[in-house]
Write a protein that binds this ligand. Sequence first.
Ligand code: C2O
Length: 342
Amino acid sequence: TPITSPDLSKCSTGTNLNTQQPLDVNCCPPVSKEIMDYTLPPVRKMRFRPAAHLAGEDYYAKFEKAVGLMKALPPEDPRNFMQQANVHCAYCNLTYQQTGDPNLKLQIHNCWHFFPWHRWYLYFFERILGKLIDDPTFGLPFWNWDNPNGMIMPEVFARKDSPLFDARRNKSHLPPALADLAYSSRSPTNPKKIIPNNLTVMYSEMVRNVSKLEDFYGAKYVVGTAPDPGPGSVERGSHMALHGWIGESTPTGEDMGNFYSTARDPIFYSHHTNVDRLWTVWRGLRGPKPKDFPDSDWLEADFLFYDENAQLVRVKVVDTLDNEKMGYVYQDVDLPWLKSRP
Ligand code: C2O
């Protein structure tokens, strides 16, 4: 049986996954009795998601304005920035029971729902931003850390007066530090080797180590599966490495290095937009090989989000398979790691 939407009224204080202690913040969303089954609206104008290092000042002016407005919404509005950040905490930090097996918790990471769930999460975050600035074509920027030209944190996120700034980061990883896709606090990569090493990491995650669908997506997770059956290659590797690389170098790693706080850092959304883009890129590289699990246990799984009109909606994995049907495309950029077979 597929994972289905949690009962929001049964949301509880979750667990800090870095310390395994109860969380000292409440990240439960507002409850709403009215849930709409979401159907993808017809695409009139495609949203364009640019590479963060290639986007211009005009674009950033819009993006900063939109995030500023989102932060200024009333705190109880489910579209408010902190509410959006808490959505991530609630789906990750074991605040919900699995519908159908109350003894087990819901966790959408480290399993085959990682890509689809985050795609929906960004989808609504982007639509809320677009609505706040009255621009239905607004698309999130992707942090193009798989390309040497994009490996430094995009500078605007490090400007202290920007709504994209977050003080809770590792100070030695601000620009001009190069992102380390194999980062671990115990053994950071030799700075001279970061670029070639990053490219090899990408090749392994996207090409070499992903012959089976589970290798890329992560392990099967259905009602009755204990949380964390196993992450896919990108989730386990470059994705997690950068979470830890950006967060403070403390055991609790706020903001980016801890799941409850990670989405409080605006760079989270550009980090994940790149992860989402890599999903699209990987599908393109698959050629005739299957790109999706055919199981209804995957396709029919559903989640709840608040949309840009603050309506609670139920969304399915099956609707995430094609980003163009969801109304957005990515700026086309080089894939230098394709030539980086180790
Ligand atoms: Cu939901 Cu990068 O984690």
